[in-house]
Write a protein that binds this ligand. Structure first.
Ligand SMILES: Nc1ncnc2c1ncn2[C@@H]1O[C@H](COP(=O)(O)OP(=O)(O)O)[C@@H](O)[C@H]1O
Ligand SMILES: [Mg+2]
Length: 358
């Protein structure tokens, strides 16, 4: 059977089939970019069903479902996260409907929590989180990463060569959009990659892969981390860089935010993760992760050319604000070039720009 879930009704029908019952009440249906999110009630328990959108994944969808399930059970085997609700509990996976059902977790996404707490215009509404609570959630988000990174990598099959080949391929394909003279930069990238590996500065750890404020729920009980399908082994800087980048993308330049709010949250996250930022940012592997992530952002250069300027500048400015203060597209490309040419990022610049964020 094909996954034909597109609305409330078809989701309800699919779930009733899967659970072989009529006594199941669908309470909400939402469309996300890659999935439909359906909450339902069954035997007085609330569940969350994630139906993958077939057209987004094609044949990879089934693999993705099982990776998410495997990732969750892998993480549950270790003391990662402070409570047993730190990651979702899988109840059912159904390949015919491309759905993974988990017990519904309490809480608000850190994404919305940040927006409503830091925005100067929206007044705090009931149920919204206070700023000290938010800071604590960011600290917990950092701690979760520290715990994840403390799991010995041998528990997951890991092949450094494959990893590097994947990164290389991604960067290759994305950098082509940015540089006409990509050949030169790809060679530089190769050299950089090789030297970091040779110097032994590549630190493979467990990595979430999509660690962002959109995938973390916060509540009185702490945080829960969702969306584990990309769990894998990567350099230790990956999730940290990714988290900060995605966090930054949240903030539209058109909205006014409270002064000092963001910097405090970042500090709390960094403290929780226990990383030494200056050590991290003087490591060539971090630069490679940065280039990888920046080129991933720059992938939308095509869109930018077609006029979707806003989306791109917003994402491009992202991480760089933490690293080299304010950049626009040309300067971003310039930064990737500088990184490739071996100009080191100074830790002062990193800290300085965090402080400047206000
Ligand atoms: N177990 C759960 N309990 C409550 N909400 C959930 C649960 N799983 C997912 N969600 C909600 O659905 C959203 C999308 O789920 P996610 O697993 O991140 O899928 P996607 O791959 O589409 O991003 C989350 O951001 C969260 O708000
Ligand atoms: Mg998600």
């Amino acid at each position: 059977m094909i996954n034909n879930v597109v609305d409330f009704g078809s989701a309800e029908l699919a779930l009733k089939r899967i659970f072989r019952t009529d006594k199941l009440l669908v309470t909400s249906f939402r469309s996300h970019s890659f999935s439909y999110g359906v909450t339902f009630l069954y035997h007085e328990q609330r569940y969350y069903a994630k139906f993958l959108k077939t057209r987004k994944f094609g044949r990879d969808a089934i693999d993705l479902l099982s990776s998410e399930k495997d990732a969750i059970s892998l993480v549950k085997g270790f003391p990662v996260g402070s409570t047993e609700k730190s990651v979702p509990e899988v109840v059912k996976v159904d390949e015919d409907h491309l759905v993974i059902v988990t017990v519904e977790l309490e809480g608000q996404r850190l994404l919305e929590a940040c927006k409503s707490c830091l925005s100067r215009v929206t007044r705090a509404t009931t149920g919204s989180i206070g700023s000290s609570n938010l800071e604590n959630s960011f600290r917990l988000a950092g701690e979760f990463l520290a715990e994840l990174q403390a799991v010995p990598v041998d528990f997951m099959s890991f092949n450094q060569r494959d990893y590097l080949v994947t990164v290389q391929k991604r960067v290759d394909s994305h950098l082509k959009y940015i540089f006409q003279e990509s050949g030169t930069y790809l060679r530089l990238f190769d050299k950089k990659l090789q030297s970091s590996v040779n110097e032994g500065r590549f630190v493979p750890v467990w990595s979430h892969g999509d660690y962002s404020v959109g995938n973390i729920l916060t509540s009185d009980r702490g945080i829960s981390v969702l969306d584990l399908a990309d769990l894998g082994v990567r350099d230790r800087s990956y999730d940290i860089v990714y988290f900060l980048l995605q966090f930054h993308r949240l903030f539209s330049s058109r909205v006014k935010y409270k002064k000092g709010g963001r910097a405090k949250l970042i500090q709390a996250f960094i403290e929780g993760s226990g990383v030494d930022l200056s050590a991290l940012f003087s490591c060539p592997m971090t630069e490679i992760c940065l280039i990888d992530l920046l080129s991933l952002q720059a992938y939308t250069l095509k869109q930018w050319e077609r006029g979707a300027r806003f989306g791109l500048t917003k994402s491009m400015r992202g991480f760089l604000e933490y690293v080299v203060i304010r950049h626009e597209i040309d300067r971003t490309i310039g930064t990737i070039k500088l990184l490739l040419e071996g100009k080191p990022m100074s830790p002062e610049a990193v800290y300085g720009s965090i402080a400047k964020l206000g």
